[in-house]
Design a protein around this ligand. Sequence first.
Ligand code: PEP
Ligand code: MG
Length: 745
Amino acid sequence: MGKANVNMICDIAELSSLFEKSSSLDDFLQSAVSVVAYHMQAAVCSIYIYDDKERMLTLRATQGLSPFAVGKVQLRLGQGLTGLALKELRAIREGRGSQSPRFQPVKGINEERYEAFLAVPIRRGLTRVGVLTVQDTQPDYFDEKDEQALKAIAAQLATVIENANLLLTLRRQDEPAKKTDTRAAPKMIKGRPASGGVAQGRTTVLISGHGGSFQLPDGFPQNLTVHDFDRALQQTEQQLKDLQRRADEELSDVAQLIFSAHLLILADDEFSGEIRRRIEAGAPPAEALVTLVNTYIEIFSTSPNLRLQEKVHDLKDLGHRMLENLAGGDRESGDYSGQIIVADMLLPSDILKLSTENAEGFIVQGGVTSHNAIICRSLQKPMVMIDPQQLELLCQSCDLLMDGDQGAIFIQPTEEVLKEYAEYRSAAAELEAAPPVKTETYTADGTRVQLFANINLLSDLKMALSFRAEGIGLYRSEFPFIIRNAFPSEEEQYQVYSRIVETMGGREVTFRTLDIGGDKVLSYQNEIEEANPFLGLRAIRFSLLHKDIFSEQLRAFLRAGVNGNTRIMFPLISSLDEFIEARDVVHDCMKELEARGVPYSRDTKIGIMVELPSAVELIEDLAHEADFMSIGTNDLIQYMLAVDRTNEMVSKLYLSHHPAILRAIERVALVANSHRKDVSICGDIAMDPKMIPFLLGAGITKLSLPPRRVYEIQRAIEQVSMEKAVYTARRMLACSRISEVESLL
Ligand code: PEP
Ligand code: MG
């Protein structure tokens, strides 16, 4: 039977009669979705109701999705296609949801299978009531007529829902005993995915500032003495030193003295000494400790000094650790094992500390500051970003399962969800334990393609080796600068860079010079605030303005490269002049090292990142001068299309397959190849299997990507012949319209 929109519109009178028969609003909504799904012959129909106070949509009825999702799936206004339909008060129709960056299927409720998607807002004038959605497995299933029909139903539903809500409110006043606390019910929160992976555990909520004071847990042991306090103090000190040692070993590039604040506070007589004196004067040890921690929190959080304000988490962490030791707990193996950190604000250094203390994952309020997300990815910790309203739904010590790939948070997850994720995790762990990656990569017809790794922290090197990367195509050198409290010295940098060269043992390593600015801000560099940081003092511009810092880094690179095969690459080059100026600084550094008799790598190649439209225009001239070039598509897309890569509102326009981007990539590859200059891609496009045939066909046979993606990309390359790739690239390059490219993809 085909769809019967016209009939259905006539039949929507059914809705009011359905309401007459229903015992509750939920009962009515469930009947309504069944009727709509039936008439539209759609596999799924769902209704979300909007709570204006919390600015949150909740799934209230569904036909087709897992029934356990009802009441649990929540979306913010503007989140996903459903949230967007309500935010912008317009219908949204997607023929192929899987290709839409805004489509965020909720895992665990069977939503991934549906391609065709249509959502219409349910509204009363400008008042937002909810969203009515239909979905189907068949792509492009819904058409213009369906959209009109659904709008008509939504208009009817609005009135009925409003009336029903009114009635229910009246009834509720009559029956106060029946009222249920929806906050206590298990829920699913949909946040924004920031770092992949799945974690399960109990929440530890860390609220910054004096708003989140430190409290003594219920049932804390009484009758403790000053000896217990002394023992706890010693134990705490030992644990912190052990943690610091572990951090030094595993995260030496970024973690230098990350527990120093803890240790300093602990050693301070005004802190530990004062607690001891209060105990000796008769105060119970735990109370004396909590009081003093809160006094310090108050002082730190109200200080005008930002660095002191940032220490509030350290104080709470220290307080928790001391309390546990006081109670005789055993936290030696790591404080936050089995715990998921929920916080209103975290610094990259907090993430590092808590990860060292074995925190399982992070749920943080606010916008995605990309270095937090990148740090989490490198530390292999899942991270989900949420809004303040969603933060309130997460209480202390509640059971959670978080999915960093989907941005989903399950509060008190059901057996069904736990089982599904257990399978998913064991499959992922299996792949990671022994990735079946081959040492060399070839297309189906035997063309050699090189796969390199992008790394951010030294800890990524392990992954690069285990996924058999042929070298490091991009080392983002800014992380030791971002996380520490001050610029690392030349010597410290030299140690870090040497470790990379040694670990890669003769394989090619490309060091990118500092790329700070944009969204990667140094807290200790109090520059004037920029109105447009992405168009401001970023990357090579910062280095050329601060030649002392630049030269220190270059000397450290050159010295580290002495026994290796290293290259130096400048980010965000916009002109030949800029490249030559930067290269001159490298040559000056070489002369200086030569004069001082310090060994360094004399044959270091010097290249550029192609990330700006101006660099594409000047590619012939740059290819003459530079030894190599690597296309940074993350920024190239942002600057060519004028779309902020961190702005969710314009993410639909951020398209790697835009015809202008395809032509720019081909142009750079063509020119580089004709000059016999090494050319690669190190932006995220290199880890998109769909784009592989194009990249190969356009002349790119060297890719650099996050190590974990090497296996998938190797498989994609093996499945395509060069002949087919060239044909595909030609067809894609001939397209004038984005939609034509999309239909080819
Ligand atoms: C890029 O811009 O594509 C790139 C690899 O650099 P980053 O993501 O660090 O800006
Ligand atoms: Mg870039």
